[in-house]
Ligand binder design. Structure first.
Ligand SMILES: [Fe+2]
Length: 117
C-alpha cells in the first residue's frame, strides 16, 4: 500500500471488512436535486459495518466535496457517532466525494454522481 494512498472500494461485489467499515456511505442520497435548493447529504461510516468509536481507534473527520471543491466537513471525537448530515445546495451537476480519515487505517473515499436540474 502506498503511503499517500486514498483507499476506495476495489470490487463492489466483494468488499473487504476494512472497506465495509471505512468507506463513507451516502445514506438515501437523491439522484437528482433542484438547482440552488438545499437538500440533505447524510454520511455514515461505514455501510455494512459500523466503525468503532473508541479511544485509540476512531473516525477523525469526514469532508464532503463537489468534485475537488470542499463543501463541508465534520470532526469527530470517540464520543460521537461517525455519522453526519450536511445541508448543501448545488448549482450544477457534479460528483459528490466524501473523504474520511481513520486514525489507524488512513483515508478513504466514496463518490457518487448527482444531477442538478
Ligand atoms: Fe479504522
Amino acid at each position: 500500500m502506498a503511503k499517500y494512498e486514498v483507499k476506495k472500494i476495489q470490487d463492489p461485489n466483494d468488499k473487504t471488512t476494512l472497506e465495509k467499515k471505512h468507506v463513507p456511505y451516502f445514506v438515501d442520497l437523491p439522484e437528482k436535486v433542484k438547482k440552488g435548493e438545499y437538500f440533505d447529504v447524510t454520511l455514515r461510516m461505514g455501510e455494512e459495518i459500523e466503525h468503532p468509536m473508541e479511544e485509540g481507534h476512531f473516525i477523525q473527520y469526514v469532508a464532503l466535496y463537489a468534485d475537488y471543491f470542499q463543501l463541508a466537513r465534520a470532526d469527530f471525537n470517540p464520543e460521537a457517532k461517525a455519522e453526519v448530515t450536511f445541508k448543501i445546495k448545488l448549482e450544477e451537476s457534479t460528483t459528490l466525494r466524501a473523504f474520511e480519515s481513520c486514525n489507524l487505517h488512513g483515508q478513504w473515499e466514496a463518490c457518487q454522481e448527482i444531477t442538478v436540474e
